[in-house]
Ligand binder design. Structure first.
Ligand code: SAH
Length: 372
């Protein structure tokens, strides 16, 4: 490498966005492309990658592992659900768990994952740990995909102030040939394919140095089901769970019921409101009623379209308004939440006031009449 050229660059190389963000964004993009349901981050440190991944809607199980419990505990509560998660539970389920332990040990809690990420981890491993690492990750955990990133030592001369390694805790830093031969051998041994890429582009004219962070993407060549993995590999638990958060989800009947009740009451209230205004305007005069021109708001238009059958028409009787459940069920949000009419009936039973035959939501409008 030309010394002058190199010196010039060491003064100006500054990644934007910072390299750690580029690494995490790389993983996020991969998650959005392949949509894994279960993701484990080994060497998760302060959980910053996990915090980013919890917003990927395909993920239902997120796990972190680190040998240093203190660094994980520092910000682990930022992985807890927020009040808004309870107010508006998501349709997907999400469980986030943090484990204290080493990637040199096998634990059954790491079985059945679709994606395992090891971002800037391997260079922190002592030699005996690095030796065990492939058997634990590729042999035992055996996820569908593994992503491993590590510094590319060929880039180091371009980084200001790097003497031996980029971080005092690094046990080694590999050049591209070293990483690729280790990765290819690991892939061969455990029946994976591997492709190489990276983040942190080298400056123009220095392309030979390669990416600042080198990345291997490993894909398992054989298929296996989650259940068979767990049965075939009985192992004692050795990791300690230090954190677990189960996010409120509509998959949980308790949250689904609350959401359905609110949506049913909300929908019924709007229909009732439209009906009362119409009733007050036209009374029971059939001639005037037939001349009724629906207002142009989309809700009324929609209601006009769905109320095609007689038994779906809301009506007023004395001080009571009846909104048929069939009408409420035909509204997209209620329909999507419940799936079937039977489920709607089951979820609101005893929670919403219904007509005596149970076919309509009933409101007493005595006070509203008084106000009018
Ligand atoms: N992955 C993180 C941080 C990497 S730093 C990120 O992307 O920012 C490496 C992390 O690996 C440290 O938190 C360290 O405690 C952890 N680590 C080191 N040896 C380990 C081992 N044997 N098992 C699990 N984690 C380990």
């Amino acid at each position: 490498m030309d010394k002058n050229f190199q010196e010039e660059f060491t003064q100006i190389i500054k990644f934007n966005p910072p390299l750690y963000k580029q690494r995490h964004q790389f993983v996020k993009d991969l998650v959005e492309k392949y949509k894994p349901k279960k993701v484990a981050d080994l060497g998760c440190a302060d959980c910053s990658l996990l915090r980013m991944l919890k917003f990927c809607s395909c993920i239902e199980v997120l796990a972190g592992l680190d040998i240093c419990a203190d660094v994980m505990k520092e910000k682990m509560y930022t992985l807890s659900p927020l009040p808004v998660d309870y107010l508006q539970p998501s349709e997907r389920s999400l469980t986030v768990t943090l484990h204290h332990g080493s990637v040199a040990h096998k634990d059954p809690c790491m079985l059945g994952f679709d994606l395992v990420t090891c971002i800037e981890l391997i260079e922190h491993l002592e030699e005996p740990e690095l030796k065990k690492f492939p058997e634990v990750v590729f042999g035992f955990m055996a996820p569908r995909m593994v992503v491993i990133s590590t510094p590319n030592s060929e880039f180091n001369p371009l980084l200001p102030g790097v003497m031996l390694y980029r971080h005092p805790d690094h046990k080694f830093e590999w050049n591209q040939a070293q990483f690729q031969s280790w990765a290819l051998e690991t892939a061969r041994c455990y029946d994976y394919s591997v492709e190489f890429t990276g983040v942190g582009q080298p400056p123009t004219g220095m392309e030979k140095a390669g990416f600042c962070t080198q990345i291997g993407i490993f894909v398992r060549k054989y298929s296996q089901t989650g259940e068979s993995v767990q049965c075939e590999k009985p192992t004692e638990a050795v990791y300690k769970t230090v954190f677990k958060a189960v996010y409120p989800s509509l998959k949980d009947e308790k949250y689904l019921q609350n959401a359905v009740i609110s949506e049913v009451i909300f929908t019924a209230q709007i229909i009732k409101h439209r009906l009362i205004s119409k009733h007050a305007e036209y009374g029971d005069d059939p001639e005037r009623k037939s001349k009724f021109q629906p207002s142009m708001d989309c809700f009324t238009n929609y209601l006009g379209k769905v109320v095609v059958e007689k038994n779906m028409e809301p009506f007023v009787s004395g001080n009571e308004v009846y909104i048929p459940l069939a009408t409420i069920f035909s509204f997209p949000k209620v329909n999507r939440l419940c799936g079937t009419f039977e489920k709607l009936c089951k979820l609101i039973a005893g929670k919403v006031t219904l007509s005596s035959d149970g076919s309509a939501v009933m409101f007493n409008i005595e006070h509203e009449n008084e106000e009018n």
